[in-house]
Design a protein around this ligand. Sequence first.
Ligand SMILES: Cc1cc2nc3c(=O)[nH]c(=O)nc-3n(C[C@H](O)[C@H](O)[C@H](O)COP(=O)(O)OP(=O)(O)OC[C@H]3O[C@@H](n4cnc5c(N)ncnc54)[C@H](O)[C@@H]3O)c2cc1C
Length: 462
Amino acid sequence: MFDVLVIGGGNAALCAALMAREAGASVLLLEAAPRAWRGGNSQHTRNLRCMHDAPQDVLVDAYPEEEYWQDLLRVTGGLTDEALARLVIRASASCRDWMRSHGVHFQPSLSGALHTARTNAFFMGGGKALVNAYYRSAERLGVVIRYESPVDALEIRDGRFVAARVGSERIEARSCVLAAGGFESNREWLRSAWGQNAQGDWPADNFLIRGTRFNQGVLLRVMEQAGADMVGDPSQSHCVAIDARAPLYDGGICTRVDCVSLGIMLNRDAERFYDEGEDFWPKRYAIWGRLVAQQPEQIGYSIIDAKAIGRFMPPVFPGCKADTLPELARMLGLDEARFVATVERYNAACQPGSFDHTVLDNCHTSGLTPPKSHWALPLDTPPFYGYALRPGITFTYLGLKTNANAAVHFQGQPSPNFFVAGEMMAGNVLGKGYVAGIGMAIGTAFGRIAGTCAARAAKEGI
Ligand SMILES: Cc1cc2nc3c(=O)[nH]c(=O)nc-3n(C[C@H](O)[C@H](O)[C@H](O)COP(=O)(O)OP(=O)(O)OC[C@H]3O[C@@H](n4cnc5c(N)ncnc54)[C@H](O)[C@@H]3O)c2cc1C
């Protein structure tokens, strides 16, 4: 029998497996995906949000605990467990040396990448290189890894983990870490979580899934049915507006379109619906998926003019390009007259100011609903560009309630040998909203804690 069973094959699972193994436990890791697709959503990531009090290797200036916490508090609107959130924030200051010891390399933020040189440490080679490094290190240390092993049932007795099942196979272990992601890849569950809107649409039918197809939420359901304490609202998620041409799964980072704050966003009726310049893009990009999901037919259109070019990371796939506004409206399939009227109304409302996309500048609209608070320049310089965008789900927030030891809870009581990490518990910290790079910070902090605690529980025979 293995000491520790880790279920999942992404960042959180790998951090748990490595820590448990380093603590001397024998470890079996079960990954649902085949080897080529291992690594879950983690393989698509680019960076980790890190607290630091002074410049550190790839990070410039400082990003103190309090600022990190305030950023998180603002986006979650207070829907966060402060003790667990601060635990993640503090752990983010010290985890990079450990990550390096397992083969992860960092690089400075790319210029134009969401103004993150101060806050986020980028993985050299991206998340795929990170998970490959962790798998290599895990193999070298003797973690037993099995691919194409989706766990579909769990045996739990009196709040204790007993065994997991992969089809007809029963696998016992002294302790267990659940790190099998959210339910974002399960379209039926998304459909029921989002329900039907007043127009009779099922918004989730138009969602695209940015990451893995393997996070079906099977074990979240199993745990819910077993009476585990849950946290979070199933309709809350990290949800970005992405290129409408993206594939259903695994479109990854290259489907993102980062010019929303430099122009205006319209819905199917060629109407604006939210302040595009409310705050810096890294603090706002994750609200646009939800905003587009609330629009008719769940589609939005980001419109910019030639002045925006060079000020954002160009998307991999070119958008529609036209020399006149009516031509652009036609290309996007929008009502020409309404489109032109909306742009003209916006242009007329733009106040003179000094444009600076690196600060919250004084270019704003006046007398316009909704307003554009910053970076409001008239759309008057051809060529004009437009991108059709759909909600792209990154990960869901419904999860298992946990504590500082990453323990799964049943009726308020922490389990002695059952732990959770990553997306399966991110909802403790993220009730709603998002700040870039905190997904990996949560998975790394809690993956490491879960692995340590699972090894201890196994050793002590708890
Ligand atoms: C396109 C994209 C870009 C992102 N960029 C960033 C970024 O730059 N920074 C950041 O902080 N966050 C980013 N995120 C979010 C980040 O990916 C997640 O927060 C993080 O990877 C979660 O780690 P995890 O280990 O919990 O889940 P995952 O990495 O998704 O791993 C879950 C694993 O569980 C496996 N699994 C699922 N069900 C079962 C089962 N029943 N049995 C066995 N195994 C199972 C899956 O195959 C998968 O390997 C991004 C996400 C996406 C989709």
